[in-house]
Design a protein around this ligand. Sequence first.
Ligand code: AQP
Length: 333
Amino acid sequence: MGKKIFSGVQPTGNLHLGNYLGAIKNFVDLNNEDENDCIFCVVDLHAITVNQDPKELSNNIRGTVATFLASGIDPKKSIIFNQSKVSAHSEAAWILSCVARMGWLNRMTQFKEKAGKDKEKASVGLYSYPVLMAADILLYDATHVPVGEDQKQHLELCRDIAQKFNNDFKTNDFFKIPEPLIQKEFSRIMSLKDGLKKMSKSEISDLSRINLTDTKDEIINKIKKAKTDPLPMPSTIDDLNKRPEAKNLIGIYSSLADLKLEETINKFSGKNFSEFKENLTQVLIDKIIPISVEIKKLLDDKNYLDEILLDGSKKAGDIASKKIKKIHEILGF
Ligand code: AQP
């Protein structure tokens, strides 16, 4: 039987290699399996949990759609829409926030990381972000959610919320309990400047990430400047595990070249980083440049991107409003 897929990406800036290898590559494979029903959402309501410039947000929403298409998602096969256009998401988030427990949310590590030291100044939305994410998924009866490793905890919370709702209202399996789909290897791509920090859109230094809109020269420059260590290339997995920057770059190469980590280690064992970096640059150029060129082309046709979002939001709205109607009946509204 086919899977019901739901996943979202925040329109918070240029999408990067981490988003691609951790999530979007998987979206494309799932989209290509005929038996699956896929919904890919531009989660603009999630984006405003931190400050956004309205004009930039509009551009980033279209940029995210362009990236989905340029990476290979087919809008005829998958529903693509932005979250704010289907009001059921906000409504379900409120209802589910009355099911979720404070203690559960207090354990979420992403809030702690994103709020930083000054928790008091973080938005309430940033705190309840995972409840909105649960609403996104549960409205569509998604069976599988492809995400990067950083979202695993939020998905576990989504499962807890679904189970509690089903138990509290004795509705058996009204909310389906979704499974995470996380790449086994290379599910967490790290910053090019710090092998212990996640590659992220909102990191200030652009040198920390490969954007999917980067040019050939930008890729060459970023890999040249990517942090390594003074030792030659590692020759065993144990050696690799002690060297975060080397591990990240070797992981990126392996993922793009479709090799196992061991195979890449054997290929470059004992060599200089400079030789490895030339090879890494080449696989990045081969993979990213066609996507980058296509994104820029698509962004020239804003009407086309808006039509895709409009069509997607109608289809998603139909599904979500039926689920909300049933939720109202269950709650006694
Ligand atoms: N570094 C990463 N490695 C692997 N997967 C990643 N993802 C994000 N960063 C990495 C996955 O990409 C999908 C979309 O992420 P998102 O935009 O919804 O939010 P995020 O995880 O908060 O990503 P960013 O880039 O770090 O954005 P900002 O800086 O705005 O917070 C998710 O499936 C995520 O797991």
